[in-house]
Ligand binder design. Structure first.
Ligand SMILES: *[C@@H]1O[C@H](CO)[C@@H](O)[C@H](O)[C@H]1NC(C)=O
Length: 337
């Protein structure tokens, strides 16, 4: 117990020192973070209810901002400035989706969604946006349900998208009834978070369990969306979902600095026909490598009928192998960025 956590401190110290040398932590926040609502009273209020439109980027991001704010105190024991809050992974990924055009209507032929004018609108046709909806709304509403955000559970309503409304839930009770298992998993994460004996790896375990459960219960609803994309982008989306299972098993620590660094390896734009990693000329070596290995992982997983995942889970059950993997990933990222 002592040794791994002191090593964690050394690693965090290095990362923080590295960051401090060039910038401040707030430079790592996702796009439009400062412009997004930071408390419920920043949203529209009607008859005592807050009305939130999660199909507008800053309004959706605001839910994360409130969630990060309300959970900050439980992560203060790990590092200052909320840096070690493992919920950072979600808003950072959403920011990446925004910056790379993945929240825009996939059928419109602009390279970047935000060149289209209505750049803050999130399209219900976007596969990335639909799955992110549940990775935002369920953790947020479950935090209300768990009493972490102090407001009564019928006081927040989310607006539905213009189509496929039956696929979405919009408040605590509708999400609880349609996605009860995932809501329970998020609730369990918050219960553990509030327990004085919570430790970092335990938190990661609860977080990744909730994340995996959320995807498991929502992914099947949006398979029709793949058709809107080029083959390389649809393949990347499928690869990404498989990779998430491996990330989950390795309890990847989704803290601010680490996710920010890792994201430099993600595709900076939608993939177009003809993009083949590791030979995409406008991508960095890091981005090409990540894309190549995500595809490789997918193929291994598929050809072994996920036996590879079972083996991976056994390997990751060993604390020392898991720590070695994380240290190796850190070292690699330091090398290429
Ligand atoms: C949370 O938000 C409130 C109100 O915006 C702010 O005063 C406070 O400093 C924030 N807390 C943290 C830990 O960020």
């Amino acid at each position: 117990m002592l040794l791994p956590s002191s090593w964690t401190c050394v690693i965090i110290g290095c990362l923080l020192a590295h960051v401090a040398g060039t910038s401040s932590l707030s430079d790592l926040y996702p796009p439009l973070w400062h412009e997004s609502p930071g408390q419920l009273s920043d949203y529209r209020e009607e008859n005592g209810r807050y009305i939130i439109d999660p199909w507008i980027y800053p309004e959706r991001m605001g839910l994360y901002k409130i969630l990060l704010n309300q959970t900050a105190k439980y992560f203060a024991k790990f590092a200052p400035e909320n840096e070690q809050n493992i919920l950072w992974g979600l808003p950072l990924q959403h920011g990446w989706q925004y910056l790379t055009g993945r929240l825009a209507k996939p059928t419109q032929k602009t390279k970047y969604g935000h060149e289209s004018g209505d750049h803050l609108f999130i399209s219900v046709d976007s596969w990335w946006a639909d799955l992110n909806y549940f990775l935002c709304v369920l953790p947020f509403l479950a935090a209300i349900d768990a009493g972490l955000i102090e407001i009564s559970s019928d006081q927040v309503t989310l607006l539905l998208p213009p189509k496929d409304q039956m696929k979405f839930c919009y408040d605590v009770s509708s999400c609880r009834s349609s996605f009860s298992e995932a809501m329970d998993k998020w609730n369990a994460f918050y219960q553990y978070l509030q327990s004085p004996s919570s430790h970092f790896d335990g938190l990661l375990k609860y977080l990744w369990t909730a994340h995996t459960s959320t995807l498991e219960h929502t992914i099947g609803k949006f398979e029709d969306r793949y058709e809107y994309y080029t083959k390389p982008e649809a393949d990347f989306a499928r690869n990404w979902i498989v990779a998430m299972e491996y990330f989950a098993a390795s309890l990847f620590p989704t803290t601010l600095t680490r996710v920010h660094k890792f994201q430099k390896g993600l595709p900076p734009r939608l993939l177009v026909t003809g993009d083949v990693a590791p030979f995409i000329s406008d991508f960095t070596d890091f981005q090409n490598t990540v894309l190549f290995y995500l595809n490789y992982l997918f193929e291994v997983d598929e050809s072994t009928d996920s036996l590879s995942l079972d083996i991976w889970k056994i390997l990751m059950g060993s604390e020392s192998i898991r720590k070695l993997l994380l240290t190796t990933i850190d070292a690699y990222i330091e090398l290429v960025t």
